[in-house]
Design a protein around this ligand. Structure first.
Ligand code: SUG
Length: 448
């Protein structure tokens, strides 16, 4: 593996409690699959297969461990008392929806773990991380505590990395992390332009969706840019179109993805889309890079097609030859319009020259595609060396983690299983072993 500046992808390893609880209002897949029986083992293996495949193609790939679930801390905060088994049984009996929230494996969607600003962009030339408060959903609002600890363990060298706490968890500062953040650049260690997309502006007003929530506010995005030390000429803000949020685009990464100089997006992604392109073009030009938008017209792929297939929830990755490869979920092959579009796209001679298809069905049924599963961290050589080495994916780690999943994960999980206190015992046994396998030391509350 070469050690030049690169963009590493850290994928969330699916946790042993992966299930379908219908917890996310406005996320149509989550709502449609509520109470379906899940297969955590298969979900984790599907994710590992993607990680290993991208590592084998030469991309730097890391692993973010799952969180401890069910969270008895949350249940205790909500008033349940007694030992862990009693707390879980009482929650199942009195407030099953709270037990579901406390049990979600939603930390797998690492794109929502944090917003990351690479050292090329920040005032102190360190990589800055702000864990997302995910304040809109109870089940996700508890993630940032463990996320901060995990990022602190993996990116522990403070000469290179700054891991901030999450923003206050209030609706004014709703923050969903990198799912609403894209960075454009030339070389990964050079100055880039960070693109923050918000759904709602609290102060000063702006149109907002009427049916579904806008989870990200402009005020949150601006706070992150400030604390990361980004200069005004390296930042562009854009509002997501409220009508597409109402059509099920609950994060910007359901309708747009970018990498280096390329933005791949639907024609209905942003309010005043032409001005958004112009701002990106102008600011990127100051870094010597020519911005390229690949815009998909509604006549080729509708917003409903995009939401159903997750065409834009793809990973756009640089190939060695200046072209890009798109990593798409297999649902894109199953929608005939999207499949035909993809074939035309790679024939068109544009920047996206190839696509590769992955089966991520278990995650997709909760609204999580290839892009949701990964957190991008652009790193220079010295920073690569400063990352905890045990989290880098390679053939040996793939084999180790596959065997670990096979040993510890169930192959079916429904609500009744969440009520079984034995599940927490299994989760703790698995996670305790995992921190050893990844060499990141004790990070979970039960290990302290
Ligand atoms: O926040 N689904 C997640 C999916 C997150 C996808 N991430 C990105 N687009 N980057 C969410 O809505 C569903 C859980 C359940 O219903 O069981 C859930 O949390």
């Amino acid at each position: 593996m070469t050690k030049h500046a690169t963009e590493a992808n850290f994928d969330g390893l699916v946790g042993p409690t992966h299930n379908y609880a219908g917890l996310s209002f406005g996320n149509v897949a989550s709502q449609a699959n509520e109470k379906r029986l899940a297969n955590p083992k298969q979900a984790a293996l599907q994710g590992l297969h993607k990680m290993k495949s991208l590592a084998a193609l030469g991309y730097r790939q890391g692993v973010l461990p799952p969180h401890e679930r069910p969270s008895t801390d949350l249940l205790r905060t909500l008033g349940f008392k007694g030992d862990d088994a009693y707390v879980i049984r009482e929650a199942a009996r009195m407030a099953p929806e709270l037990l579901s929230a406390a049990s979600s494996a939603s930390a797998m969607w690492a794109a929502n773990a944090a917003t990351v600003s690479p050292s090329g962009d920040t005032a102190d030339a360190r990589v800055h991380f702000t864990p997302a408060n995910l304040a809109f959903n109870l089940h996700r609002s508890i993630e940032h505590v463990t996320t901060q600890r995990l990022l602190g363990a993996i990116f522990h060298d403070e000469r290179h990395f700054a891991v901030h706490p999450a923003l206050p968890g209030t609706p004014v500062l709703g923050d969903e992390g990198a799912a609403n953040h894209t960075r454009f650049c030339g070389d990964y260690d050079a100055r880039g332009v960070e693109f923050f997309v918000y759904g709602r502006r609290v102060y000063g007003g702006a149109a907002a969706p009427v049916k579904y929530p806008a989870r990200q506010t402009l005020e949150a995005s601006q706070a992150i840019a400030r604390r990361h030390g980004l200069s005004d000429d390296a930042v562009v803000y854009a509002q997501q179109r409220p009508d597409v949020i109402d059509a099920g685009v609950f994060h910007n990464d359901v309708i747009a993805v970018g990498n280096q100089q390329v933005l791949f997006c639907h024609a209905h992604a942003f309010v005043d889309q032409a001005s958004v392109y112009e701002a990106l073009r102008e600011k990127l030009a100051r870094t010597g890079v020519t911005f390229e938008a690949v815009e998909v017209p509604d006549s080729d792929v509708t917003v409903a097609d995009a939401v159903g297939s997750y065409l834009f929830n793809s990973q756009l990755l640089a190939r060695g030859d200046g072209k890009q490869v798109l990593i798409v979920p297999q649902e894109c092959r199953e929608n005939t319009r999207v499949a035909a579009y993809l074939d035309r796209l790679v024939e068109s001679g544009g920047p996206i020259a190839e696509y590769r298809v992955f089966d991520l069905r278990e995650s997709m049924r909760n609204g999580g595609g290839p892009a949701c599963l990964r957190l991008r961290v652009a790193l220079n050589e010295a920073e690569i060396d400063a990352v905890a080495p045990g989290v880098w994916m390679n053939d040996a780690l793939y084999d180790t983690l596959t065997a670990w999943v096979e040993r510890h994960y169930r192959d079916r999980l429904g609500f009744d299983d969440l009520a079984d206190p034995q599940l927490l015992v299994e989760v703790r046994t698995a996670l305790d072993e995992l921190t050893g396998l990844l060499g990141i030391g004790p990070v979970y509350g039960f290990q302290r």
